[in-house]
Each structure stands twice: as structure tokens, then as C-alpha cells.
Design a protein around this ligand. Sequence first.
Ligand SMILES: Cc1cc2nc3c(=O)[nH]c(=O)nc-3n(C[C@H](O)[C@H](O)[C@H](O)COP(=O)(O)OP(=O)(O)OC[C@H]3O[C@@H](n4cnc5c(N)ncnc54)[C@H](O)[C@@H]3O)c2cc1C
Length: 562
Amino acid sequence: MSLLPDTDTEAKPPVTTFGPDFPFDYDRWISHPAGLGRLPDAELGQEVAVIGAGLAGIVAAHELMKLGFKPVIYESSRMGGRLRSEPFSGADGVFAELGGMRFPISSTGLYHYIGQVGIETKPFPNPLDEATPSTLIDLESEQFYVEGAGKGELPPLLREVSEAWSEALEGGADFTALQTAVRTRDVAALKAVWNKLVPLWDERTFYDFVASSRSFAQKSFRHREVFGQVGFGTGGWDSDFPNSMLEILRVVVTAQDENQRMMVGGAEQLPRRLWQLAPTTLAHWPAGTSLASLHAGAPRPGVTRIARDEGGAIAITDRWGDTRRYKAAIVTCHSWLLTTHIDCDESLFSQKLWMALDRTRYMQSAKTFVMVDKPFWTERDEKTGRYKMSMTLTDRITRGTYLFDNGPDKPSVICLSYSWMSDAMKVLPLDAERRVRLMLAALQKVYPGVDIASHIIGEPITVSWESDPNFLGAFKGALPGHYRYNRQMFCHFMQDSMPDAERGLFLAGDGISFTPGWAEGAVQTALNTVWGVLHQFGGKTLTENPGPGDVFDAIAPIDLPN
Ligand SMILES: Cc1cc2nc3c(=O)[nH]c(=O)nc-3n(C[C@H](O)[C@H](O)[C@H](O)COP(=O)(O)OP(=O)(O)OC[C@H]3O[C@@H](n4cnc5c(N)ncnc54)[C@H](O)[C@@H]3O)c2cc1C
């Protein structure tokens, strides 16, 4: 949350992604030895369709399989979805993280699955992180250079910006009380603060919060500008300035922007290993059963149509025209695909829900990577004594440059540029080569003495998520006034009061969650649908381990009047 050193050393419970909208203990639910629930014997082996083999789809399918269902996964592109570790050709184990790459330790649901499949993690080389040899902040050609965490060495302007942000959070969002309630999992205290903030900030932007705060209002415009460029924790946040302030509050209060780690060997391993995993506790299925074995090795093809048939079943048609019928199906792809790429019966959702699915806004994001012969940035410049190159935050087109050190004299990786929104749109029509040339030209101005190009080996890798027809964007970024849409989508797994025509199709994934852009949201919404499907088939959770639907009424997200 702050660029400044944390002086508060008192031992406290950890901050986790507990709410703030729906404070349910997902981590405890999924790690409880009694399991998630029981399915009636007559329903064991029933098929449930899961559309999308990203994290949400694979987590939902994994838990459904453990309960005794037969998940049938459909995927139109590549398993892993937005956890995509693209290998550089010609080098073993060298890859570019095109989607999720840094995972806050507060994502305890996500880390449960990382632990289950035994993926090692290590600190992500973020700006001003202990794991980062050096950080260079380049703004209007003025440079600030810091080694390691080095927060004490920040120049006055950056210190003032950081302090102003902390004060703004305290004054505008009762931040300490809010985060203490998250830490201690005190639902009443959390609701008392959060339920006041929702109507106050749903219709106002992040920029409004910053500009109207007393702490920033007392400072110069330059302070707000620098805050936008440098942000807090992980990099520039001005791309999020138009978003609803609630989106930002959720990130900081659940510490998504802090203590981030990367998955050694790539994030795509998580869904892939879960796909292969044969769980030790399985209802119905023989030992050794995995998602892979239930699918003859690969998911079914992409879905082109979702309809309600005459008998009331949900009929799913794949791209080759094969139609199968299910009592329940989980949709995990971006919601816009339901109106653009999948012919989905309008009657399957209420008009209010369609409004939410269609109005939901996705942000754009572009990344450009190169492989280099060695981590040359660990060498020192003879004249300045500084590291030759640093994790770099700048107002130039590259915005964020990240360095991935694979060990001395081993091919390593530079993410030349990670950008969002307008900065991502600037490069949308450009191919990888043109993007690399642009980024190198910008970095040349930051590091005039360093010949990055001379270290490049292999082919560059780039991505613009918005140009991929399987995604149409990077992740949700709710705009002012979108809280009601978020709530509508998130709560859709509670289907008892819905007309029969709208039941049986469940929504999960990043875009349905209250914490978009973070894999934890995909996990939590997937788990909601597991509860929803179990309930629909007459299954029950155990008294000692209630699920999200069992406690829904007590902790439901606040409902704003229409
Ligand atoms: C650029 C970027 C950076 C990110 N950084 C981070 C980060 O640092 N930390 C973090 O925690 N999270 C991060 N995230 C978010 C994280 O990657 C996502 O929350 C998570 O991967 C989403 O999983 P999902 O299953 O909800 O969606 P997806 O991964 O999108 O899965 C949906 C799947 O549905 C498939 N599909 C689409 N259409 C069809 C169809 N018709 N039929 C069948 N299948 C279909 C898609 O191909 C896809 O595989 C980032 C995301 C992006 C894009």
C-alpha cells in the first residue's frame, strides 16, 4: 500500500482476500478435512459442463470431480487461459508470462491449489522489492535510482506522494479499521465500514478519490501525476484512474498489491497440473482418476451455442456441431463472448443480468518480451557504480520494464513493456518486431550507455489480450456505477428464487469476481459455482464445513436500491 518502510512490527494475523464484499472463508472451506459436501448416491457420476479451461474452469472441475460429478470441460483456445507461460523457442524452460505473473500471498484460495500441485514460488521482482537488485524511476527524464527495498532512500517527492496516498486512504476509506477487520475476519466490523463505502464510492472514480482527498488537494498537481505514474506497490496506476474507486479499495485492503510471488516454471503449470492431478480423496471415482483421465486426454472443443432444450436441459453445442445435454453448466469465459462468439439463448438469463454481462468493462493490456543471452543487468556500470539496468518505471511508452534473472550466464528474460489501457492501445496494431524496436528506443533514452539489443537472442514474444477472440480484453475493470452489475453477476450462483428457465447455468471467473485482474477472484467465483451445482443436484455441505451459499444471507454483498 505504501512505498515507505513498514515500521509497524507488531505481530498481526495476515491480510487475506477475505471479502470485503462477500467475506467468506474460501481457504478454510477448501482445506477442511471433511470435504466440500456430499452428493446423493443417485446423482454420482452426473455430467456437468464447464466452459473454459482457465483457472476458474479447472478449479471448478477439480472440486466437482472430487464430489463425484463428471465434469466435461470445453476449451476454444489453450488450457490455462490467462495463465499463459509462452516458451521462447530454442531455449529450455525460458518463457514469457503473458497473463498473470505475480501472485499476492493474500490470495490464500489460489495458494491452496498452488500447494496441492507442489509448485514452488519465489518473490516477484517488483519495484522497490527486496528481491529486486535495483529500481529506476524515470519521470520527465529525471531519474531516481534505488537498490533493493531501499525505501528509506526515496527522494522527497516520492515520499510525499506515498504519504499522501496513505493519508487519503485513511481519511476517505477508514483504511486501518477496514484492513483490521479483514485481518481478523471480523464480518460485523468489516460490513460496518465497507457497507458505508459502497454507496459513497461506487459512482466515483479513483481519480476523484485522489484529487478530492485532503492530503493530495494540499499538494501540487505534480504529486497526483507522479502518483499515477509510479503508483503504489507494483507500478503505475493511472490507467485505473477512470475506474470505480471501489475496485481500487478492494485491491489495497486485501493487499493484492503487496508481497507478490511468481511461480517457478510458469503460472500455466497450475491449471495444467490440476488437470493431471489424481486427488487422494475422491467420491465415486476410482483412485487415480484425474480430469485428464475423465476426458481422454484433452478438453472438448470450444462452445458455439448454449440453449435450453424442450426437456429443460442445457444443450451445449461445440464448434464441430456436437450437442450434449446437461442439468448444469458453468461458464467461465469473458462475459462479452456470450453476446459475440457464443449463440446463447437470451432466456437463459434475466434481462437485468444481460445488462450486467454486457456493460461489464474489460481493460486492455499489452506485454512485450525478449530473451537475452544472460542477466547482464547484474553487472555494474564502471562510471556510475550502478547496476547496468534496473526494474524500470517510466512515463515513456514502456511504462513498466521487468527483469527475470534465470541465473548467471543463462538465457534470461526482459519484459520490455507491460502496459494497460491507452498505452496498450498505442501498440495494438503493431507486430512483435515493431513493438520491440519502439520499446528499445524508449529504453535507450533511459539507459543511453546500455546496448540491450546486442543481448537479444531468439524471437520476441508479445500479446494484446484484446485482439484475441477468445478473450476480447485482459480483465474486468469496473467503471463508476457498476457495483449493481458486479453484485448481480457475483450472486448469480444463488438460484433458488429464479424462474426455472434461468436456472442451471452458472457464472464464474475473473470477470464475475469483485477482485478482477487477480487470480484469486477466479478461484473464489469458481468455488461459488461448485456450491451452486452441488445444491442444484440436491447435494449438501457438512454442518461443520458450511459453503458460501449456506451462509449467503448473513454475509451477502450490500444491495443498493435501483
Ligand atoms: C495481462 C494480465 C495480467 C494479469 N496479472 C495478474 C497477476 O499478476 N496476478 C494475478 O493474480 N492475476 C493476474 N491476472 C488475472 C488472472 O490471470 C486471471 O484472473 C485468471 O487467469 C482468470 O482465469 P479465468 O478462468 O477466470 O479466465 P480465463 O483464464 O480467461 O479462462 C477462460 C477460458 O475460456 C476459454 N473460452 C473462451 N471462449 C470459449 C468458448 N466459446 N468455448 C470454450 N472455452 C472458451 C478461454 O480460451 C479461456 O481459456 C492477469 C491477467 C492478465 C490478462
